[in-house]
Design a protein around this ligand. Structure first.
Ligand code: BGC
Length: 760
């Protein structure tokens, strides 16, 4: 390489100062600084440290707020915010204690895990990402903010932007899959949806980007496990979504439970200060994950909570969560171990967030019970139903079995067919399950007046092992049936015999994924597999509606079941949305953002695999090539894959060189060659065949969701700019190397056009 065009990282800081939230800076920022300086001038050390504390609503949620211990702490100025309190009236009362009964009247932040909706629940984030619909995802975040703020909440611990290449990790359900480019785009729109560009609007809430950093790469997919990777990989594969969220103006960032480069994130100065603040220009505050500071002791890097607190605050972690570790900072300052300036910086950042939210102006801006009318309103539910349908991925449709006609007799079978509390999916903290339909109810509604008959049998429990099933029933999602497996199966077979078609609602339970839900066997649970096998023997058409919170192994199912829809956990309106797709009122358009493996042993893996020595061709065993003897190197269903009830054809792309800032335009024509209207996702992949650092064979660098009527065509163009070619070279410098590049288009990552080739 003769010359490298290096994008100076300082440019990132410049860009940040152009963000609309921060543009208004000059005057209003000066006013804010003056206001906060005057306030801090009056604050005691105890009150400043108090701002750094975020206890759980705890006794307040159940007890009389005024009398609880937490209330007493609020009164004494020892609390900066609370989390998991719900309800405008309740929150108003607690805020009143802070504002009217504490010495300086500083308002509290009220945070909650509003991860994929509030009471209107959207699909789990992994599912939602499969829509590739940025407008809809932003709208979902907007609706979540409108509902949560109507109920008193002003801060959400979302978006979760951890990239993961490991289906064993249960929290893969909370993120946007495996790709950093797509992940970054989703991170941006989610921040915008929550915060808007008017953070002080009473329907906006502060976003919190989490978990910083690399949480999705825990070894073996085991929750909270060690993470170790090169900076090369870190910056090329994992950091983009965090950075994009920061650049989109996210007001807070949450530290991750794991270790990065040998140092726990909660005490990692390189991560929390050098990268986040100095390199990316982050201006908000960093919050710990739940008791995360205390875990420095579990990690064995500090022998006491006091030393953990010192390491964390000096690393740049501003707010403690659910622990009292930061209380020890008062002593640490008095003993000269921590400077007052360090405490001041952290306190100022938290006060700034309160100021930007407008809480000093009106601490009760989120506390108007009348606003609750908007919660779960028809418009929100309609939006949730639409994106739930868009999130579903049609994996297989042999003989065009789907969509089902609304006539004849349909047998609905499976432990998830009538399981209300499993519909919303993991991390649905504000869910009101009794308001959500079961799939059986959704299908019955869809069939009303058609003359079609819907039969039902549960057929099996989630799995044979009651103790294992108990593990995933911790939030009351217990649907276990006390009948014997044989009796349940017999009943299901009898029901199925009467039907023209069998629809199976099977898969994981909602808490099979999520936090602390790592699994090494990610195949369909035993009892359901046996039931499915028995049903298949009846020789009738079978559709599998597969509920999942992660990519699972569907090797056996894909061989034996003619039609499969990956429904994920599709939220409060999921039952209607599944019926919409099943009966063809909506044509499925979801495309996988995490590829499905043939075998769990393929993990960690991603479509974005690096060029190796002794490459493998064809995905099967080849002596002295990079492969497995006993399983393909390819996925069962690749990244970007998803079928439709119609067909699409993509023409070979054409390259037109440009002068100026755009290097060229790639264009292709996409045609709906089938008989129904439908949508699909056109994907653009970049290859850099020769580079200083080894790069993946292909990397997603653009996409477009397109809707077409039957027979309709559309020309799609992507403008290629130099920044799209950039990567972090082995020296850690973001670089665009001259030379050859290739671009391919397609409707999934394995089935691509011939490359267009250009030189830079
Ligand atoms: C999770 C976070 C969450 C926090 C508060 C932790 O266990 O890792 O994602 O925001 O709890 O509920």
């Amino acid at each position: 390489m003769t010359k490298h065009i290096t994008i100076l990282l300082a440019a990132a800081t410049l860009l940040l100062s152009c963000h609309p939230n921060l543009q208004k800076s000059s005057r209003s920022e000066r006013e804010m600084n003056r206001y906060i300086s005057a306030l801090m001038h009056k604050m005691t050390l105890e009150e400043k440290v108090g701002q750094l504390s975020l206890p759980v609503g705890g006794d307040i949620t159940t007890g009389e707020p005024r009398l609880s211990n937490t209330a007493e702490d609020i009164r004494s100025g020892h609390v900066g915010g609370l989390f998991n309190l719900k309800g405008a009236e309740q929150i108003r009362e607690v805020q009143r204690i802070a504002v009217e009964e504490s010495r300086l009247g500083i308002p509290l932040l009220f945070g909650m895990d509003v991860i994929h909706g509030y009471e209107t629940i959207f699909p789990i984030p992994l599912g939602m990402s499969c829509s590739w619909d940025m407008d809809a995802i932003e709208h979902a975040a907007r609706i979540a903010a409108i509902e949560a703020t109507a109920d008193g909440i002003c801060w959400t611990f979302s978006p979760m932007v951890d990239i993961s290449h490991d289906g064993r990790w249960g929290r893969i359900s909370e993120g946007s899959g495996e790709d950093p480019y797509l992940g970054a785009r989703i991170a941006e729109v989610m921040v915008r949806g929550y915060q808007t560009d008017q953070l002080a609007d009473s329907t906006s809430m502060l976003a919190c980007v989490k978990h910083f950093a690399l949480y999705g790469a825990v070894e073996g997919g085991r929750e909270y496990n060690f993470v170790d990777m090169s900076r090369y990989r870190m910056f090329n594969e994992y950091m983009a979504p965090y950075e994009a969220a920061v650049k989109a103006g996210a007001g807070s960032v949450m530290a991750a439970f794991n270790v990065v480069e040998g140092v726990p994130c909660h005490g990692n100065k390189w991560l929390l200060t050098d990268v986040l603040r100095e390199q990316w220009g982050f201006k908000g505050f960093v919050v710990a994950d739940y008791t995360g500071i205390e875990h420095l002791q579990d990690n064995g890097v500090t022998p006491s909570h006091e030393l953990a607190a010192i390491q964390a605050i000096q690393a740049g972690l501003d707010m403690d969560m659910a622990s009292s570790a930061y209380q020890t900072l008062i002593g640490a300052v008095r003993n000269g171990k921590v400077s007052v300036a360090t405490i001041d910086d952290a306190c100022r950042r938290i006060l700034e967030a309160k100021y930007k939210l407008g809480l000093f102006e009106d601490p009760y801006r989120y506390c108007h019970p009348a606003r609750r009318a908007v919660v779960r309103c028809a418009e929100h539910r309609e939006a949730a139903r639409k994106i739930a349908a868009e999130s579903m991925v049609l994996l297989k449709n042999e003989g065009n079995l789907l969509p089902l006609a609304k006539h004849g007799t349909i047998a609905l079978i499976g432990p998830l067919a009538d399981a209300r509390t499993h519909m919303a999916g993991t991390w649905s903290v504000a869910a009101v399950h009794e308001h959500y339909k079961t799939l059986r109810e959704g299908m019955a509604d869809a069939l009303q007046g058609t003359g079609a008959e819907l039969l039902y049998a549960k057929g099996s429990n989630l799995m044979y092992d009651a103790e294992q099933e108990g593990i995933i029933s911790i939030f009351g999602h217990d649907i276990r049936d006390s009948r014997s497996a044989g009796a349940m199966r017999e009943e299901a077979l009898n029901v199925a015999r009467k039907a023209d078609v069998i629809v199976c609602a099977m898969g994981e339970g909602s808490e099979s994924a999520g936090e602390c839900a790592s699994r090494v066997n990610i195949e369909l649970y035993d009892a359901q597999r046996d039931l499915l096998a028995a049903l298949l023997k009846l020789g009738k058409p079978i559709v599998l509606l597969h509920f999942a919170g992660r990519p699972t192994v569907l090797e056996w199912e894909s061989k034996h079941v003619p039609a499969i829809i990956e429904t994920w956990f599709s939220g409060s309106e999921g039952a209607d949305a599944i019926a919409d797709v099943l009966f063809g009122d909506i044509n499925p358009s979801g495309h996988l953002t995490t590829q499905l493996p043939h075998h769990v042993g393929q993990y960690p893996f991603s479509y974005r695999y690096y060029r190796t020595s002794r490459p493998n061709t064809g995905g099967t065993f080849g002596k002295y090539s990079t492969c497995y003897q006993d399983v393909s190197t390819y996925p069962l269903y690749p990244f970007g894959y998803g079928l439709s009830y119609t067909d699409f054809e993509v023409s070979e792309p054409v390259w037109t060189k440009q002068a100026g800032d755009t290097i060229g335009i790639i264009s292709t024509t996409i045609t709906n060659t089938g008989h129904r209207e439908g949508a699909t996702v056109l994907q653009l992949y970049l290859s850099d065949p020769f580079s200083e650092g080894v790069r993946p064979y292909i990397e997603l660098c653009g996409f477009e969701r397109i809707s077409l009527k039957a027979g309709e065509s559309q020309i799609v163009t992507f403008a290629i700019t130099p920044d799209m070619l950039a990567y972090y070279n082995p020296k850690g410098i973001k670089t665009i190397e001259p030379g050859e590049y290739q671009l391919r288009v397609g409707l999934n990552s394995r089935d691509l056009s011939k490359p267009v080739i250009f030189q830079l």
